[in-house]
Write a protein that binds this ligand. Structure first.
Ligand code: NI
Length: 384
């Protein structure tokens, strides 16, 4: 079973598809789901897929979520199953998530007489863009039967194979994109006093923004503010009339996000005014912070220690983002990292990088451990 799951992963890996374009991926998933004794096998959210495995009863129902999309990154590897699509790569492991979920569906299909409930499998499109999870919820994946618990995993290129990272409460942050447009006045570079140099204003704004987290936010709160892009000017001997800054804010708590955005606006408005420039500020929060249910996170931790052995679990939240958060806003559950790094075998890449790589043994481990979590959850939920 693990071998066939690895074959699926390799097939998906060599034909990666971007968010909302997962057409062949969806076809592969639906075709494999239709070979199993599942109900309600269908497309969802455009390019996603879902199916229901019914055990002895329809409820309780546990949802297992996998994301399926790839990234606009060119693959740099010599693997025989490397991406054949120029500029597109499964550089976050969603191909492995898909293979693991299909493997769990196959494995639990053989044990459905013993399952005290049902399992909703969800292959969610467009995690890397945004809106995939919301659309799945809007199309009713959490209902009929009612989903009591949501589970899912992300393979990790940072964590060694055979280890798990899980924690209760905030585990991923809410990502908010920032756009700041600064308008000065152009002119000849030799007569700077006649213009308003947008490059100099932008530079002051970037430096002043560093104080939003370090000087205006409680040191006990978790916030990131990064300006990742600066664009301005025409050439070296012309004053730039406009500058554009793009960045991201990451937060766990809504009140902290509101306070951070208010501080950003005050700093931008004050600094630009000091130089006689004008500004426009826009921001967009694309997904909520991800909160793990305390009891379910504890269950995952216990099962991980039993399955992978003592000392195999760490509890390290991150300021990254994942729209699994959307499902966990609607239903209690848990999302966790499963280690896939193996330095002994030279597998040591980074997420969202052309050199991203996983030890494929994580697929068999993911299937066995995921099935174990689902079975334990159904047992717990069906005992009064
Ligand atoms: Ni990912």
């Amino acid at each position: 079973m693990a071998q066939s799951a690895v074959a699926v992963r390799r097939a998906l890996h060599s034909h990666p598809e971007l968010s909302w374009e997962e057409v062949e991926t969806q076809r592969t998933i639906l075709e494999r789901l239709r070979r199993l004794p599942l109900e309600d096998v269908r497309a969802v959210a455009g390019t996603g897929a879902t199916a229901l495995l019914v055990g002895k009863k329809r409820e309780p129902c546990v949802l297992w979520r996998a994301d399926i999309d790839a990234l606009p990154i060119p693959e740099r590897s010599n693997l025989p199953f490397a991406s054949r699509v120029p500029g597109v790569m499964h550089a976050c492991g969603h191909d492995a998530h898909t293979a693991i979920a299909l493997g769990i569906a196959e494995y639990l299909s053989g044990r459905r007489e013993d399952l005290p409930g049902s399992v909703r499998f969800l292959f969610q499109p467009a995690e890397e863009a945004s809106g995939g999870a919301e659309r799945c919820v809007a199309e009713g994946v959490l209902e009929r039967p009612n989903v009591a618990r949501v589970l899912g995993l992300h393979v990790s290129a940072d964590l060694p194979l055979g280890t798990v990272n899980v924690a209760p409460g905030p585990f991923f942050a809410a990502p908010t994109s920032l756009g700041i447009r600064i308008r000065g006045r152009g002119g000849h570079a030799a007569s700077p006093h006649q213009g308003i140099d947008a490059v100099v204003v932008a530079a002051h704004v970037v430096v002043a923004l560093q104080s939003v987290v370090s000087r205006m936010t409680s040191p006990l709160e978790s916030v990131v503010l990064t300006i990742g892009q600066v664009r301005a000017g025409y050439r070296g001997n012309v004053l730039a009339e406009e500058a554009e800054l793009r960045g991201t804010v990451r937060t766990y708590r809504d009140s902290v996000l509101q306070q951070t955005l208010a501080n950003v606006e005050r700093v931008v408005s004050g600094v630009t005014a000091a130089f006689g420039a004008e500004y426009e500020l826009e921001h967009r929060t694309t997904c909520p912070p991800l909160e793990n249910d305390a009891a379910v996170a504890q269950l995952v931790r216990e099962e991980a220690e039993a399955f992978f052995g003592p000392g195999s679990v760490v509890a390290t939240p991150s300021m990254g983002a994942d729209d699994m958060a959307v499902f966990l806003r609607h239903r209690p559950g848990c999302y966790f990292w499963l280690g896939a790094r193996n330095e002994r075998r030279g597998i040591a890449g980074r997420h969202h990088d052309p050199g991203f790589a996983i030890d494929e043994d994580v697929i068999a481990l993911g299937i066995a451990f995921g099935a174990r979590l689902i079975e334990r959850s159904l047992r717990d939920l069906s005992s009064p």
